[in-house]
Design a protein around this ligand. Structure first.
Ligand code: ADP
Length: 531
């Protein structure tokens, strides 16, 4: 049966875009999560029409299709399907930027359009709009992250919030346009999220109900003034008051979009590697050494970073509000503008002496984080995946933690934005990390004025089978312990989806009904957040 399906796929696509040989399939199996998946083939369509035909063939021959956009999705599964024997539908060739409206500040993109590509396009065309990238690097798609409801920091940082209008190939081969998109000549398809009648976009995110072939994305008009704000706290006691302050600053829109609070360990793993020698191969890192490494790099115990922008006077006012709101709650607040960055670049020696800092080192991190806030996609967060990897990133233009066999699983529960909840959450996870001998590296992203998306990477050494097993048990223990106390992940890796879906829960039963209605043969991404 499978050979017949492949023969039919070859009628639709050129031979070179129907891959079954081991060498072509190999990159799709690279993954930072320690589970293996058999992949039966890869198809690389170039149009909606081809996808429609692929879906029809899959129904006839009962082939499971697993759509990906760029297939990076580091630490959540990369391109690996949830179940065995899927045919990956790689949409990377569909990388057209269909439209950018300067005045109304949006873009319409296909699945293969990457963060780097849209950024370059806006620059080349001198369009004064910026996107909000994730930390996953320039080669990741915009669409895939919006479908996973991922986020960046700064304006429009909640990517599903910033998504408007969708085109979806359904499992029966019909093409659905959401919002106003299904009305001929509709004027506000990419401007008004809700359309008319039931709001359907949500069911195509974190699901397996369709293959999304196009989305609208809201962009930010370049503001007159823009500054990054860096906050340093050197004592754990400051975290509670800092959280209360941050909540006010987000609620009052002083920070534009999400801002991050990084624990010392999290900042450290982005800049350093596990000191295997100094630790004589023991794990986890001991407190004295961590504190030493962090102080060499001038990292606080908690480190905040966020964007303020608007007119020059709005930015001035925001600076003042931040200083007043956080007075007495932090050790240092620094604002960085383009002009300040230029001075640092031009006079590294003098500013270094004045500030008593290694400016070259500092610039590397500052340029990365400042740029990200401003919409420049960067690889700066990716090195964290190598923390416990004993080999260095292989020399290539793109850092690829999956290819380099890094051990990374993201754990990302949502925590109410109160000091009590953050403390309760840490009391659950910290002993678990300690018991299994891993470092706790928390970032709290204030995704709105009410809650944090916590992202906690579980970093392990892929070359050590014992450590791999320990990491898996640690991960499962974390998810279960947090769920018991009501801290549920906003997103899952492919290793945890099976456990989540249960018949005992009305919610998952409704999901199951939708799945059978929309995809009766179950051909689309079986097991992905749904049966
Ligand atoms: P990125 O490379 O930008 O991180 P991926 O392409 O890996 O994103 O997408 C993340 C996940 O979202 C995929 O594993 C897949 O399950 C789902 N997905 C991505 N693109 C699509 C699409 N066009 N239609 C349906 N699901 C998709």
């Amino acid at each position: 049966v499978f050979d017949k399906a492949i023969a039919e796929f070859r009628r639709v696509l050129d031979d070179k875009h129907v891959c079954v040989d081991t060498a072509s399939l190999e990159p799709y199996g690279w993954c930072t999560i320690p589970i293996e998946r058999r992949i039966s083939a890869v198809l690389r369509p170039d149009s909606v029409e081809q996808i429609v035909e692929i879906v029809q063939i899959a129904n006839v021959h009962q082939v499971s299709l697993y759509p990906i956009s760029t297939g990076r999705n580091w630490g959540y599964g990369t391109a690996r399907p949830v179940r065995n024997d899927n045919v990956i539908v790689d949409l990377g060739r569909m990388n057209r930027i269909i439209e950018v409206r300067r005045d109304l500040a949006y873009a319409v993109v296909e699945p293969g359009v990457t963060q780097g590509q849209l950024y370059a396009y806006l620059q080349e065309q001198k369009i004064a709009l910026s996107l909000n990238p994730t930390g996953a690097g320039p080669n990741c798609s915009i669409l895939g992250n919006a479908l996973e409801r991922g986020f960046g920091i700064g304006p429009n940082g909640d990517h599903f919030q910033a998504q408007c209008g969708m085109e979806v190939v359904l499992a029966n081969g019909e093409v659905l346009r959401t919002g106003f998109g299904h009305y001929a000549g509709a004027k506000a398809t990419y401007l008004y999220k809700w359309g008319l009648g039931p709001y359907l976009d949500g069911i195509f995110t974190q699901s397996n109900f369709g293959i999304v072939t196009k989305i609208g994305v809201w962009l930010m008009p370049t503001p007159e003034a823009f500054e990054a704000c860096y906050i340093t706290c050197n004592s754990e006691h400051q975290l509670g008051p800092l959280i209360e302050g941050v909540r006010k600053l987000i609620a009052s829109n002083t920070f534009q979009g999400p801002m991050n609070l990084l624990h010392r360990n999290r900042a450290l793993i982005m800049l350093d590697r596990y000191p295997w020698d100094a630790m004589a191969n023991r794990t986890p890192l001991n407190e004295t050494l961590v504190a030493d490494l962090a102080s060499q790099k001038k990292i606080g115990i908690w480190n905040g970073v966020g964007a303020i922008c608007g007119s020059a006077s709005q930015v001035r006012a925001a600076r003042q509000t931040i200083r007043e709101t956080l007075r007495g709650k932090t050790d240092r607040i620094t604002f960085l503008s383009e002009r300040k960055l230029q001075i640092l670049r031009q006079f590294p020696r003098t500013s270094g002496v004045l500030l008593n800092m290694n400016i070259a080192e500092l610039l590397k991190t500052l340029e990365g984080s400042y740029g990200m806030l401003k919409g420049v996609p960067s690889q700066m967060a990716l090195p964290l995946a190598y923390w416990r990897n004993r080999a260095s990133p292989s020399l290539q233009s793109e850092i690829n933690p999956a290819k380099d066999r890094c051990g990374l699983m993201w754990f990302a529960p949502v925590i109410p934005m109160t000091a009590e909840d953050v403390t309760a959450f840490r009391k659950i996870i910290e002993p678990i990390f300690r018991e299994y001998r891993f470092e706790v590296c928390i970032t709290l992203t204030a995704i709105n004025a009410r809650c944090f998306d916590a992202t906690v990477p579980l970093l392990y050494d892929r070359s050590d089978p014992e450590e791999i097993r320990r990491a898996q048990t640690c991960y499962d223990t974390l998810v279960r312990a947090c769920r018991l106390d009501g801290y549920i992940p906003y997103r899952l890796g492919i290793q945890s989806m099976q456990e989540e879906i249960t018949n005992q829960d009305v919610f998952w039963r409704v999901v199951q009904k939708l799945k059978s209605a929309l995809d009766p043969n179950g051909i689309l991404a079986p097991g992905r957040y749904a049966p």
